[in-house]
Design a protein around this ligand. Sequence first.
Ligand SMILES: [Zn+2]
Ligand SMILES: [Zn+2]
Ligand SMILES: [Zn+2]
Ligand SMILES: [Zn+2]
Length: 307
Amino acid sequence: MIKMPSGNSYLDDLRSKPEVIDPPQIDELLEVCKELNDSAQSTFKPNATISSSVRELLECPVCLNSMYPPIHQCQNGHTLCSGCKPRVHNRCPTCRHELGNIRCLALEKVAASLELPCKYQSFGCSGIYPYYGKLKHESQCVHRPYSCPYAGSECSVVGDIPYLVAHLKDDHKVDMHNGSTFNHRYVKSNPHEVENATWMLTVFSCFGQYFCLHFEAFQLGVAPVYIAFLRFMGDDNEAKKYSYSLEVGGNGRKMTWQGVPRSIRDSHRKVRDSFDGLIIQRNMALFFSGGDKKELKLRVTGKIWKQ
Ligand SMILES: [Zn+2]
Ligand SMILES: [Zn+2]
Ligand SMILES: [Zn+2]
Ligand SMILES: [Zn+2]
């Protein structure tokens, strides 16, 4: 049912310049889509009706991801994504014939005409995006799930904030506190073993939000240092509405830090490595601890407020 312009100079043109397709071709391809779609509805609702079958066509048979240009096809018309093409050793994964180097411009054009819902629809995003713009949106979608903020383990759990709060509590046994002020003690019997004091996390609930207080030791050059910082369980634009202060002291000494919590979109490591927090040299930490160098005893007090 492909209607070609009379004389077919069009196709001739395509054959001589395979990279160029004139805009009218899109409409023709959409016609084909409608045919392919075997749709019971007679009215043409572009996205709702064609999207599911075309979406299947746009799924790479090897990696099952959505395909983006250049989309490849074998001589028999089986398609393949450009990421998988180098991996199949020039054999079509579907029919095993030689793959060659054929680009499936028709499918690429069909894809360009599609609009699809954001993949985080189930997380609350109601956005509809052009096929080729969808990836970019999804990489920044405010509804995209967050990664588990727990540091020190390769935890791969993702979810929205209420889900992650429950996960931190139940699976990581993290201490939970209500209120915007806190007073915390970190005691370690051997301050010379950096690993001893690594990764402590407390979750604070205030202003209807959740904050992660990280306290940890890490090696900076040859010397271990301690760092404490706050992360906001939410997006960066919300995080900026809050401030926090941390104070560490003891034995007549005191040090204060004031900062802005970082979103948990920024990885724990990224925040730590940017030193965006209260940094305590080990010698200073030992002074705060009482100076006997046997034990690390740090008292950290803090406050979170809304600007
Ligand atoms: Zn693939
Ligand atoms: Zn094939
Ligand atoms: Zn979205
Ligand atoms: Zn986790």
